[in-house]
Design a protein around this ligand. Structure first.
Ligand SMILES: [Zn+2]
Length: 112
């Protein structure tokens, strides 16, 4: 079970890091594009589109970063032997939930 969890966490982490690298490159490109076009003027339609895209991409990067942190924390818990237990009630988190959300820190009852 813990070997499976470790493999799953590492696979998910590799996936997130690849996505993060791609999104960061995309974000850099958008920042450069905005600078090159000198489109900081919010009344310029192209500038507004670029600003919007940049914001969307920055949000995706932030999501991927927090997902990555969650996975790294889960790997730490796995090493410490506390992985898969709810941090509130300390009951085991159902395997089905961990399959969907390997970085889950709480059981369904205490999530959210
Ligand atoms: Zn719980």
């Amino acid at each position: 079970m813990s070997d499976d969890a470790g493999a799953r966490l590492r696979a998910r982490l590799a996936e997130v890091e690849a996505r993060l690298a791609r999104q960061r490159r995309e974000l850099d490109g958008l920042v450069d594009a905005a600078r090159d076009a000198n489109v900081d003027d919010e009344h310029d339609p192209e500038g507004a589109t670029l600003a919007w895209e940049r914001q969307q991409t920055a949000t995706l990067v932030a999501h991927a970063e927090s997902e990555r942190e969650g996975l790294l924390a889960a790997l730490d818990r796995l090493a410490a032997g506390t992985y898969g237990r709810c941090e509130v009630c300390h009951e085991p988190i159902p395997a089905a939930r961990l399959e969907v959300r390997p970085a889950a820190t709480r059981c369904v009852r205490h999530a959210g």
